[in-house]
Design a protein around this ligand. Structure first.
Ligand code: ADP
Ligand code: MG
Length: 436
C-alpha cells in the first residue's frame, strides 16, 4: 500500500495530515487519491470509518489551492459536497478545515432547521468549498444566494442514505444547476438500483474503488449479544453502565419516543445521558453532540438518522438497545466505534421478537455474535422454548432453566402454557410482553 509520501500531496496538506496524527493512508485513500488528483471521476463503495472524507477532501483541497493561486478574483464556490444529514455535513466541513488548515481557503456548511441568515451572510462574503444538505441548498439556490456555475468538484457522500430519507428528488434538481464539465465523486456503502442509476447519470468513466466488505470492516470491533425481554432492557442497560470501563456509550433506539424514555430512565438512575433525534432542535442536537464529544455526557441515546455519520474519536461502546430493521444499519451503527483502527465494543440487546432481525444481521456479517449468558435479566421466553423442545423430543438434554432456581420453580406451570404462548404471544405468568 502507498504511503502519504508517495501520493504527490502538496506540502501544506501533508503537514496538516501529520498534525492529525495520520501515519498511513487508509485503503480507500491510497486507491482513490492518485486517480482523483489526475482529475478522474470516482465511484467509491465503502462502509463508514474507512476514511472516505479525506479521500475526497485532500484531492479537492489540492486542486483548488493549485488553481487558486492563478485566480485572484473574488472567491467562488469551486467544490460542492452534498451529505444526507446536518451532523455529517458539519463533520465533512470540519475535515476540510482540518486538512486545509495551512491553505487559504474558505469552507462553509449549510443545512436546514436553523435560520438561513448567518448562512446567506457567509455566502455573500464568498467561499471556496460548500458542504450542504440537499433541502437547504436547493432553497438557497432558488433564492439565488448560491450559484453553482463555477463548481469544479462535486461530491455526493453517503448516497444510499439519501434514498431512505427521500432526498434524491432534491439532489437531482441540484445537479441541474451544476456545470457539465466538472470532476464527480460518488460515495455509497451499498448500491441499490436507484442509487446506481443516479451514479451512472452523474459519473463519466469513473474509476471504481470498493473497499473491504461489511464483515471485515467490523472485525476490529468486539461484538456482544444479550438476549433480554424488552421490558427488562432498561434495567439491563443501567446494570451494564455500572461498569466503569464503558467510558462513553452511544445507545441506539428505534424510535424518538423510545430514546426520550431511555434517557429519562437513565437520568432517574443517576446516569448522565442525553438524547439526539429529529424532534430536537438543531441547536439542542449540536449541544448534545458537543457534550458527548467532550465527555460531559457519558451516554448519548440516538435514533439512526440523527446518528448517521457521527464521528466520535475513541468512542468505547455502541449499544443497540433495539436491533435495527435493516441489517446494514447494524454495521453503520457499530462502525461508530472502532473508527479507523481504535477498536471498540458493540453490545446488542435482542428480545424474542427481535430474533428474526438478529438472524439477518448475522447473515450479513457472516458470523454469529457472541452471546453473553451470565447476566441478571435473561430472556424468559428463550427458557420456555428450551423446555418445550427438550420436552417434545423427550431427551435428557439439560435446559437452561436448571441453573436458574427461580424459573425452575415455575417449570411445570410454564410447560402447560407454552403452546398457547407461542401461538398467541400472550402473557406468561410474571412475564409481560411489553413493547413488543
Ligand atoms: P468515513 O467517511 O469513511 O466514515 P471518515 O473519513 O469520517 O470515514 O474517517 C473515519 C475516522 O478515521 C476519522 O476519525 C478520521 O479522522 C480517521 N482517519 C481518516 N483517515 C485516516 C488515516 N489515514 N489514518 C488514521 N485515521 C484516519
Ligand atoms: Mg463519511
Amino acid at each position: 500500500m502507498l504511503l502519504f509520501e508517495e501520493l504527490n500531496i502538496i506540502e501544506p496538506i501533508k503537514k496538516a495530515i501529520k498534525t492529525k496524527g495520520f501515519t498511513k493512508p487508509t485503503a480507500i485513500q491510497s486507491r482513490a487519491i492518485p486517480s482523483l488528483l489526475k482529475g478522474m471521476d470516482l465511484l467509491g463503495c465503502a462502509q463508514t470509518g474507512t476514511g472516505k472524507t479525506a479521500a475526497f477532501a485532500i484531492p479537492i483541497l489540492q486542486g483548488i489551492s493549485l488553481q487558486h493561486k492563478a485566480q485572484a478574483s473574488r472567491r467562488q464556490i469551486q467544490a460542492l459536497i452534498i451529505a444526507p444529514t446536518r451532523e455529517l455535513a458539519i463533520q465533512i466541513a470540519d475535515s476540510f478545515e482540518d486538512y486545509g488548515k495551512y491553505l487559504n481557503l474558505k469552507t462553509l456548511v449549510i443545512y436546514g432547521g436553523v435560520s438561513q441568515n448567518p448562512q446567506t451572510r457567509d455566502l455573500t462574503k464568498g467561499i471556496d468549498i460548500l458542504v450542504a444538505t440537499p433541502g437547504r441548498l436547493l432553497d438557497l439556490i432558488n433564492q439565488r444566494y448560491v450559484s453553482l456555475r463555477n463548481v469544479k468538484y462535486f461530491v455526493l457522500d453517503e448516497a444510499d442514505h439519501m434514498l431512505d430519507m427521500g432526498m434524491l428528488q432534491d439532489v437531482r434538481k441540484i445537479i441541474t444547476h451544476l456545470p457539465k464539465e466538472k470532476q464527480n465523486m460518488f460515495f455509497s456503502a451499498t448500491m441499490p438500483a436507484e442509487i446506481e442509476k443516479l451514479a451512472n447519470s452523474i459519473l463519466k468513466n469513473p474509476i471504481k474503488v470498493m473497499v473491504t466488505p461489511v464483515s471485515s470492516t467490523v472485525e476490529i470491533i468486539e461484538q456482544e449479544l444479550y438476549y433480554v425481554d424488552s421490558g427488562n432492557k432498561v434495567n439491563l442497560l443501567i446494570n451494564l453502565l455500572k461498569d466503569k470501563e464503558i467510558i462513553s456509550a452511544l445507545v441506539f433506539s428505534r424510535t424518538k419516543h423510545g430514546a426520550n424514555r431511555i434517557v429519562k430512565n437513565l437520568v432517574k438512575a443517576g446516569l448522565v445521558a442525553e438524547a439526539i433525534h429529529g424532534n430536537k432542535s438543531q441547536t439542542a442536537r449540536q449541544l448534545a453532540l458537543k457534550n458527548f464529544k467532550e465527555r460531559k455526557t457519558r451516554i448519548l441515546v440516538a435514533t439512526d438518522i440523527a446518528a448517521r455519520g457521527i464521528d466520535i474519536e475513541e468512542l468505547s461502546h455502541v449499544i443497540n438497545f433495539d436491533l435495527p430493521e435493516v441489517p446494514e444499519t447494524y454495521v453503520h451503527r457499530i462502525g461508530r466505534t472502532g473508527r479507523a483502527s481504535h477498536g471498540g465494543t458493540a453490545i446488542s440487546f435482542c428480545s424474542h421478537a427481535e430474533k428474526p432481525l438478529l438472524k439477518s444481521i448475522q447473515k450479513l456479517i457472516a458470523k454469529s455474535i457472541e452471546e453473553v449468558i451470565d447476566h441478571p435479566y435473561p430472556l424468559v421466553e428463550t427458557s420456555i422454548e428450551v423446555i418445550v423442545k427438550s420436552d417434545r423430543r423427550n431427551t435428557s438434554k439439560k435446559s437452561i432453566i436448571e441453573d436458574k432456581p427461580r424459573s425452575s420453580r415455575r417449570n411445570n406451570d410454564i410447560k402447560k402454557k407454552v403452546v398457547r404462548t407461542e401461538k398467541t404471544r400472550s402473557n406468561v405468568k410474571g412475564h409481560k410482553m411489553r413493547n413488543e
